[in-house]
Design a binder for this molecule. Structure first.
Ligand code: NAD
Ligand code: WQD
Length: 335
């Protein structure tokens, strides 16, 4: 089957393409490379030995999408393309609404015009209300607290309305928790531009000597060691969740969490990274980061029941794979 992957050159997209190709699917990628490099797709081809049909195009460009749908017999779409930096989304909200919301609306229009109604959408645990109790289930209360989160929440609502209006649509909303790690080959991984916003890419850059120390945002949370607790999930597990969702489309618009159900603190991650890398990894305790929660982790039971998916890899494996990628590519894809 031919699958269109938007944002396929990015972190989660590139890992998902590997799993798609290994499962025998043909992959077409649309990515404008605003937060990635085409090198990631070359590496994907190196891992799988299979070609990716790559179009450097913007999902807001209706003519380009129309041409791509005309050139391939696309049956399903996995939609990763979007901007994802929480802090930046408050500084340039219009770019976030334009890219994430207008881009998705354009994609949906082109899909419908070509009779393609199966969609797997990247949502996020960020749609859950800060007041919601852990573990978070799919029916926990929702409330986004920044423009990025609002784009995800609004798109979930758009997709639910669309599926309710026309029963040809089959949509999975996948709420990811904290994806980390890298492909075990060390060929593809996470390569953020500039100073990383997220914990593990930051720790990796300290371990490899590109940054001097890790700022730890708060050590006075009501958690076992006072640092924030999150549900880190191996990006390969996450990628496989997309395959499982595609294979179990069901009907209408449905939602599942993709998390492990297990929380780890910032210092748990630092300790694992120190053990695996042998690097010192200096830390500096800083004030809490605005908008951060003490603890966030999933109840992953629904994904097991509805799509037959469960995370397999533990924190140690996530960190080992992150470190292999970092050591083999100290400057990311720019190495
Ligand atoms: P990423 O930035 O590595 O990948 C996104 C890709 O989309 C990039 O390659 C970028 O160049 C491309 N892109 C962005 N806007 C585009 C546009 N208008 N047209 C075409 N391509 C465009 O991010 P990722 O971590 O792989 O995230 C993938 C998706 O998962 C995003 O929608 C993100 O919001 C969501 N998500 C990510 C996380 C996370 O922590 N990484 C967590 C929850 C949800
Ligand atoms: C994890 C923990 C920080 C960096 C974000 C988005 C969320 C989703 C996933 C897209 C927290 C601490 C971090 C640092 C630190 N993305 N930390 N020093 O905030 O859980 O989730 O990515 O949908 O929407 O908000 O992930 O990796 O930024 O932080 O101490 O330099 O690490 O305070 O406790 P977060 P993160």
């Amino acid at each position: 089957m031919t699958v269109l992957v938007t944002g396929g050159a990015g972190f989660i997209g590139s890992h998902t393409i590997v799993e798609l190709q290994l499962a025998g699917h043909q992959v077409v990628v649309v990515d404008n490379l605003c937060n990635s490099q085409a090198e990631s797709l070359k590496r994907v081809q190196q891992i799988t030995g299979q070609a990716v049909a790559f179009y450097q195009a913007d999902i807001c460009d209706k003519a380009a999408l129309t041409r791509i749908f005309g050139e391939h017999q696309i049956l399903q779409v996995i939609h990763f393309a979007g901007l994802k930096a929480v802090g930046e989304s408050s500084q340039i909200p219009l770019s976030y609404y334009q890219n994430n919301i207008a881009g998705t609306l354009t994609l949906l229009e082109v899909m419908a015009a070509h009779g393609v109604f199966d969609l797997v959408f990247s949502s996020s645990a960020t749609v859950y209300s800060p007041e919601a109790k852990v573990p978070l289930t799919e029916s926990s209360p929702l409330a986004a607290i920044n423009p990025y989160g609002r784009t995800k929440l609004m798109l979930e609502q758009v997709l639910a309305d669309l599926a309710a209006s026309d029963n040809r649509w089959r949509i999975w909303l996948l709420r990811y928790f904290n994806p980390i790690g890298a492909h075990p080959s060390g060929l593809i991984g996470e390569d953020p531009n500039g100073i990383p916003n997220n914990l593990v890419p930051y720790v990796a850059r300290v371990a490899i000597g590109r940054l001097p120390e890790l700022p730890v945002f708060g050590d006075d949370y009501p958690t076992p060691d006072g640092t924030g607790v999150r549900d880190y999930i191996h990006v390969v597990d996450l990628a496989r969740g997309h395959l499982k969702a595609m294979e179990n489309m069901g009907s209408g618009c449905q939602v599942v969490n993709l998390g492990t159900g297990q929380g780890y603190s910032v210092m748990d991650v630092v300790k694992a990274y120190r053990e695996v890398s042998g690097a010192e990894i200096n830390v500096a305790i800083k004030p809490r980061r605005a908008g951060d929660l003490a603890t966030c982790y999933a109840d992953p039971a629904k994904a097991a029941e509805y799509i037959g998916w469960r995370a397999e890899f533990d924190l140690r494996t996530m960190v080992e794979d992150s470190w292999r990628w970092t050591e083999q590519n100290p400057a990311g894809y720019g190495s």
